[in-house]
Design a protein around this ligand. Structure first.
Ligand code: COA
Length: 341
């Protein structure tokens, strides 16, 4: 069994799921947990997404308690007070998601750190997710927004819209232990932020991407990018994504790397690499590889350096050429900034 979770969600006026919140998603659970829930809800053996009503919660909680699943039993008990749609999701294996509840479960497995980026299939999820207004009154289908805004005004309230997007912010679903995020809207659900990660105001983290932790993020972690332990993404820096523009190489950074302020990486880098502030290293850029005396050894394309460790990449401020030297002084994170997250 890949995953199981009980959730509480939001549907639009047509009964289409907009989002689902899973307080305690399970990864690789005991198969008897899923069996117990299926039996208690009278669900058929193959259904992956099973809707249920608050009145089913007492029976479900009892079955879970009898089966020794105390945490899930307590959750089922608390769902008895729900005024919103309830759902149980059973994922026997990891195939491309076929419904909104499945996508939301997979995104939450990532943000709960139960699965690492690229550790779970998300193919086709954009086509499943609706464009949603994330508001002070929860998720609203954008098509239903004008009506809801009017209703709120008539009742003397202002409906405040935080963003219009397919993804919500991560912290509305889970705040994993030991992190700081200065501006929570900059981290989307599906991000994986390892313990000891600090995301400052200019930092950003997309879904299916993140940090091993500890780490400092003042730049952008694009979808699919993973950053190793002890690395520092300087202010406004960029990691190249694969969702648009034809770049299909997945970017990753190893441990103890420093991507300077306003720099960018379009190739994966190994451990202890430094990219000079302001330099964007792309796969096709010609790079002069220098020896310890500064003499030219060879000229390579950025892609030839992909995945290598101990690189110092800079743009020669006199000649304008990009140079690669051996990085002799890899960074160490400022302990004081990360130790108390
Ligand atoms: C690339 C970088 C790491 C080099 O720093 P460094 O290793 O400390 O190097 P130094 O500045 O001490 O320079 C060492 C030598 O290289 C030379 N040098 C450095 N950068 C150079 C460049 N771009 N072109 C030509 N020469 C350069 C220096 O002039 C110096 O030469 P010298 O020994 O003849 O005096 C640094 O410039 C940088 O960009 N750091 C990123 C910091 C950052 O953005 N942090 C995030 C904050 S949010």
């Amino acid at each position: 069994m890949l995953s199981f979770a009980l959730g509480i969600g939001t549907q639009n006026g047509q009964g289409d799921w907009l989002e689902v919140y899973y307080p305690a998603p399970q990864y690789g659970p005991d198969a008897t947990l899923a069996e117990t829930v299926r039996e208690a809800l009278g669900a058929d053996r193959d259904g992956e997404v099973v809707s249920f009503l608050p009145e089913h919660c007492a029976g479900l909680a009892k079955a879970l308690r009898d089966g020794g699943f105390t945490e899930q039993a307590e959750l089922a008990e608390s769902l008895a007070d729900a005024h919103r749609p309830l759902v149980a999701v059973f994922l026997a294996e990891d195939h491309a998601p076929a419904s909104v509840p499945e996508v939301y479960l997979k995104l939450q497995l990532l943000s709960h750190r139960l699965v690492k980026p690229h550790g779970i299939k998300l193919d086709g999820m954009f086509g499943l997710l609706k464009n949603i207004a994330w508001t002070s009154e929860g998720a609203i289908d954008v098509e239903e927004l004008p009506g809801r805004q009017l209703q709120a005004r008539l009742a003397g309230r202002t409906l405040s819209v935080d963003c219009v997007d397919k993804f919500p912010k991560m912290v509305d679903y889970v705040v994993p232990k030991g992190i700081r995020i200065a501006d929570t809207a900059r981290v989307r659900l599906g991000a994986y932020l390892g313990e000891g990660t600090t995301v400052m105001h200019e930092g950003f983290c997309n879904f299916n991407a993140g940090t091993e932790g500890p780490g400092m993020v003042e730049g952008r972690i694009s979808a699919g990018v993973f950053v190793g332990k002890g690395s520092d993404l300087g202010g406004g820096c960029s990691t190249m994504g694969t969702l648009s523009g034809g770049n299909n190489v997945i970017i990753s950074l190893g441990e103890n790397c420093l991507i300077g302020a306003n720099a960018g990486v379009g190739i994966p880098l190994g451990d202890r690499c430094t990219v000079e502030a302001g330099l964007y290293v792309t796969a096709g850029a010609k790079i002069a590889v220098l020896d310890a005396d500064g003499a030219l050894v060879e000229t390579l394309a950025g892609r030839d350096l992909a995945g290598q460790s101990d690189l110092l990449l800079r743009r020669n401020s006199t000649s304008g050429r990009i140079e690669c030297l051996t990085n002799k002084s890899a960074i160490a994170l400022n302990e004081a900034l990360h130790a108390h997250n």
